[in-house]
Design a protein around this ligand. Structure first.
Ligand code: ZN
Length: 200
């Protein structure tokens, strides 16, 4: 494609454009921005990415991305460990944390069930959720997956899994726009969705 750039630049553009939400044009813009940055800043940027990738792992309890064995939320005794909110990814967790109102803990699925894309229940962190539910005194599971088809499918699936255990399962209110990523929804809407949750 862009053979009028040097190989090194073309390679950087190709790598950048492979990231989600970065098209060819954005990749070019980022690439040239980086090329104009002082070398030490570029090194810091590259180092931050490499270091984060190296040190980040899944929290043993909630599966969120963290650099510790147990993430700060799971290891916080002040959080309500009887209340587990199930979200699709760590960004959704961050969105709820930003509200500063939710006192429970989380479980991060890293995806949602999608028969269309060949993603089944075993491809997301459901087994880990069920293990948690069997070993701890959990009172309620709040399913806060997106209101997309995949999110709803996953919510129904979780409800069917959890109900036989006798633990309460609820779903956040559908004040969240259909197909909307939780990440982009404002805090007030998130809190309303959480408060208006209904039992499944
Ligand atoms: Zn955790």
């Amino acid at each position: 494609m862009v053979d009028y750039f040097s190989k090194a630049i073309s390679r950087m553009i190709a790598e950048l454009s492979s990231l989600p939400g970065i098209g060819e044009k954005s990749a070019q813009r980022l690439a040239f921005h980086i090329l104009h940055m002082p070398e030490d800043r570029v090194e810091r940027l590259a180092e931050a990415i490499v270091e984060a990738r190296k040190n980040v792992r899944y929290c043993k309890t909630c599966q969120t991305l963290t650099d510790q064995e147990i993430c700060p939320i799971c290891s916080n005794p002040k959080r309500n460990h009887k209340l587990i909110m199930v979200v699709e990814d760590s960004r959704d967790l961050a969105a709820y944390e930003k509200t500063g109102e939710y006192q429970g803990v989380y479980h991060v699925l890293h995806g949602a069930i999608s028969p269309m894309q060949g993603i089944g229940p075993d491809d997301i962190r459901l087994k880990e959720l069920m293990t948690r539910l069997s070993s701890k005194e959990v009172e309620e599971v709040i399913v806060a997956t997106n209101s997309s088809l995949e999110g709803e499918t996953t919510a129904m699936y979780i409800s069917r899994l959890v109900k036989p255990t006798g633990i309460k399962v609820s779903r956040i209110a559908s004040g969240v726009p259909v197909g909307g990523d939780l990440e982009y929804i404002d805090e007030v809407t998130l809190l309303r969705a959480l408060e208006g949750r209904t039992e499944l």
